[in-house]
Design a protein around this ligand. Sequence first.
Ligand code: C5P
Length: 409
Amino acid sequence: MNELAGKHIVLGLSGGVACYKAADLCRQLLREGATVQVVMTEAAEQFITPVTMQALSGRPVYGSQWDAREPNNMPHINLSREADAVLIAPCSADFVARLAQGRADELLSLLCLARPTERVPLLLAPAMNREMWAHPATQRNLAQVVQDGAVVLGVGHGDQACGETGDGRMLEPAELLEELVAFFTPKVLAGRKVLVTAGPTFEAIDPVRGITNHSSGKMGFAIARAAREAGAQVTLVAGPVHLPTPRWVHRIAVQSALQMLEAVEPRAQLASVFIATAAVADWRPATASGQKIKKDGSGQTPVLGFVENPDILARVASSEHALVGDLFCVGFAAESHDLLAHATAKRQRKGVPLLVGNIGPATFGQDDNALLLVDAHGHRELPRASKRVLAQQLVAEIARRLPPLPVAT
Ligand code: C5P
């Protein structure tokens, strides 16, 4: 999707088995529109060859500070000045120690030291055995490099190449990509707590059946991800959907509208933004049978009675917290026609400052969509694009409507 268009990344590999993941990472960075300059330590070349990394990145790999290809013979200066970020993946325990000491006896640590720190961030994807990771020396060195301005993108937990299990795995390429994109995203929601509902609800008829709808949850999940990338602390209350939870988003899984309400209400009181994308079932069976309703062969069908579900959005929007302006509520409307008229009416009925209209059949299950934003001043269209892009645009629209954060005293 070209999430990194125009970005030039120096991808540094230090020695570790996770070098094999760096090959895929390199491809994924290019796929997202970045240009990648690979720099490898001697140890890294024990794990993967420069030939592979050159073929994948489309550029000769650098490995020595004495590389005569550079006219001025200063690869450490030239490479570090061009970069939008230096990403060390994998970053070995030894390399962290080198950074902590400010060593400069080989190209990769040299260019990290020589980079203009205020302009070229240093991002680390550690990869090592769990004992090495937990060792006080490593933790001490990491604390030092963070204090010196480096950003640790986190480590994974799980099976390690050595056969042990624990912390210290390098994050997967897709996770690192997500972290990198988040790193470059302007933090327009820094200091805000955002609560999002997403997906359908499932209203049980009996233990094996229920009423639900075709909401995929994709829009709400994309919004949760975009909000966290914009610096918010995000809680996502999701109905039954099989989507991966965006990184650093706290997900609460619910089934029914009543469970969604129970999860949302107390959390909304702590939030500064509430975005209701969930397709909440309008009704639920008046009584859910404790046992499976069996057909008895008589041809008689069960008679189901229904009761209306509470309107979660309207409830939250009419709470004191929202009425005094401490909670900005955003509703969604899935319509089949007359979008502007319906969205305008719904905004007033729900009592929310911003209502986002979309055409139901054109969004359910799709990867792209088009949105119509309606607020007290009028409306604005966000033309057809991927839900990912729309979520980013919507987050920016919400951010500029929020009251300024209170000044810390
Ligand atoms: O009334 P309608 O279902 O069209 O309203 C849609 C908006 O209200 C969405 O933002 C949806 O998440 C929210 N909603 C809700 N609780 C309901 C019904 C809808 O929060 N019971």
